[in-house]
Design a protein around this ligand. Structure first.
Ligand code: SF4
Ligand code: SF4
Length: 124
């Protein structure tokens, strides 16, 4: 895990992303989705560093997907540092962020609260 890359504007974990060999995170402009990313554009326009700092309930753009949405909600509730601590502990315990392509162990959920609990406890 490259902890220094942190969490992207949308909530995706740049620190664990398999693209992070060539991409230094959302704000580097190197994310493959940079040009078409609604969340990047919108948070920049609102002068916010992340969607988790935004007061508006929102499922726009990539937040329509459960993983970035749950990560965003987690960071909103417990803070980015705690999210990074949990992701590091889970990784050490064998949880894989990108197992096949862009899918991994955090993608196998249909319920946001269950995913938030999985991040928090590492157990399901
Ligand atoms: S999808 Fe958008 S917000 Fe997420 S890392 Fe890429 S550019 Fe950043
Ligand atoms: S409105 Fe949505 S996309 Fe825009 S900054 Fe807030 S949470 Fe992010």
């Amino acid at each position: 895990m490259k902890r220094e890359l942190g969490i992207a504007r949308c909530g995706l974990a740049c620190c664990l992303c398999s693209e992070n060999v060539a991409c230094a995170g959302c704000d580097s402009g190197q994310c493959p989705d940079t040009d078409r990313c609604e969340n990047r554009k919108c948070s920049l326009a609102k002068s916010l560093a992340h969607c988790y700092e935004c007061p508006e309930p929102c499922r726009n753009g990539i937040l329509s997907k459960i993983k970035p949405y749950a990560f965003t909600e987690f960071a909103r509730r417990y803070g980015e540092e705690h999210l990074l601590d949990c992701l590091a502990r889970n990784e050490q315990n064998g949880v894989v962020y990108h197992r096949e392509g862009l899918n991994g162990d955090y993608d196998d959920f249909n319920d946001v609260e269950e995913l938030i609990e999985y991040i928090r406890t590492g157990k399901r």
